[in-house]
Design a protein around this ligand. Structure first.
Ligand code: BGP
Length: 466
């Protein structure tokens, strides 16, 4: 649809930026922090681990000052569960609480809305060793952790996100399960426990912090059929429901998507539930939806001949396609990044419209951004017109979605500053702020504002992207 007049972003639009604890903080063993599954992550040869990262733990005030200079209205970050409860559900670590309290105070002082993700891929190792999310006790541990956060920060934080990309943890479990990749049956059991844990945290948040809002933050993208063949359309429906809708349907409506339940039954993956689980899921209602968007996916009908599941771009870490369900297909209309990620700004508009039509809840874009190599030039600058172009195109589509009627409350690009990319360390950078380090060489960790920093500053000032 063409609009002669575009609607503006709302006055209180949350222009933000995102990070996550284990990718940005470093200080992995400091001040009583326990080990998480990410501390056991085996990086590919020549790629950094998460021990130092961008050393935000020691640069926190400087980093918040940069956020303020950028003009951010919001900052989305995650709390490391292991700083608060080093072994997941035992003693509370006051020093961990103090770190986040000073971060939150610093943000509030500068009128930057803290948006807190409670759990971003970094399950405490002690819980993992006891079965992790497959063990029902982890639900209780999460509830205990949530209670501590709401008690301490409930008056200072208005926006909470329960879990980052639950659907990625289930569909691409490698990075969160050191030791052994669980079977699909086990993963859907983990998934059910995550749903119950999120529902408990949501109810608790509403009870303990009546002025706060809470929601999930899955990775949601529209799925296109490769052709207008009805069989491709069914495959696209299959994958969109299994990959995306399940994670909002349970959170919003408290029920498993019927198509997904049929799939789980067909495959023998149905999770065990306890009495009262479905009632609990139905009772917990999110106030808004977080949405991480990078690019759409395109799929075709399965062949069901043993070849439907394949490695994406030859990367065995990311398997796509599922036997008898869908096959991954190429989209000839889209360009890709140097790392093979598709670029689809219009897909963002499609995704936002679909999500809003389905759930009628305010949406906050909790991640979106371009990961690529950046070069620090001799004059000490980083010229990243490619990032500006990427974000500008996406912001424009977001505004078109707003003009289509979507209630979009904010946009938090990934990432505020360079941080450790899951498989590519510092080779692949996302930030508005360059962090001067390489994989093994920590250099001076100096913060350098990229060209995109100044461009975003202007967008925020004008509440507009021309
Ligand atoms: C999202 C995760 C982030 C971040 C981002 C970029 O899926 O929520 O934590 O890692 O992807 O991906 P990558 O680090 O693989 O480049």
């Amino acid at each position: 649809m063409f609009h002669n007049q575009l609607k503006p972003f709302r006055e209180d639009f949350l222009w933000g930026a995102s990070t996550s604890a284990y990718q940005v903080e470093g200080a992995y063993q400091e001040d009583g922090k326990g080990m998480s599954v990410q501390d056991l992550h085996e990086s590919p040869e020549g790629i950094t681990d998460f021990k130092v990262a961008s050393d935000h733990y020691h640069h926190m005030k400087e980093d918040v000052a940069l956020m303020s200079e950028l003009g951010l209205k919001a900052y989305r970050f995650s709390i490391a569960w292991t700083r608060i409860l080093p072994d997941g559900d035992g003693e509370v670590n006051e020093k961990g609480l103090m770190f986040y309290e000073s971060l939150i105070d610093e943000l509030n002082k500068r009128k930057i809305e803290p948006i807190v993700t409670m759990y971003h891929f970094d399950l405490p190792l002690a819980l993992h060793e006891r079965g992790g999310w497959a063990n029902r006790d982890t639900v209780d541990a999460f509830e205990k952790y949530a209670r501590i956060l709401f008690q301490r920060f409930g008056k200072k934080v208005r926006y909470w996100l329960t879990m980052n990309e639950q659907n990625v943890m289930i569909n691409h479990p490698n990075a969160m399960n050191p030791g052994r990749i669980p079977t699909k049956k086990e993963l859907y059991q983990q998934c059910h426990h995550m749903f119950v844990a999120s529902a408990k945290a949501t109810l608790l948040c509403h009870e303990m912090c009546p002025d706060a809002k809470i929601g999930p933050a899955p990775n949601i993208v529209a799925i296109y059929p490769e052709t207008c063949s009805p069989s491709d359309a069914i495959a696209a429906d299959n994958w969109e429901s299994i990959r995306c809708w399940l994670y909002y349907d349970v959170a919003v409506y408290g029920r498993y998507t019927p198509l997904v339940w049929a799939y789980l039954e067909e495959k023998g993956y149905t999770p065990e539930m306890m009495d009262g689980d479905l009632e609990l899921l139905a009772k917990a209602k999110p106030d808004y939806l977080g949405l991480n968007y990078y690019a759409t996916a395109t799929v075709s009908a399965p062949k069901n001949d043993g070849t439907d599941c394949q490695a994406r771009n030859g990367d065995q870490q990311v398997m796509v396609g599922e036997e008898g369900v869908y096959r991954a297909a190429k989209n000839p209309y889209l360009k890709q990044t140097a790392y093979g990620w598709l670029i689809d700004p219009i897909g963002l508009r499609v995704t936002l419209r679909r999500v809003y039509d389905r759930y009628h809840l305010p949406i906050l874009i909790t991640e979106n951004g371009l990961g690529t190599k950046d070069v620090l030039t001799e004059d000490g600058k980083v010229h990243d017109p490619y990032r500006i172009e990427y974000l500008e195109n996406h912001f424009q589509q977001a505004q078109l979605a707003v003009s289509d009627g979507v209630d979009l409350i904010g946009y938090c690009p990934w990432a505020l500053m360079d941080l450790v990319s899951t498989h590519q360390g510092y080779g692949k950078r996302y930030g508005f702020v360059y962090v001067n380090r390489e994989e093994d060489d920590m250099k001076d960790l100096k913060r350098i504002k990229k060209d995109s920093f100044y461009w975003y500053q202007d967008v925020i000032k004008k509440n507009y992207c021309s």
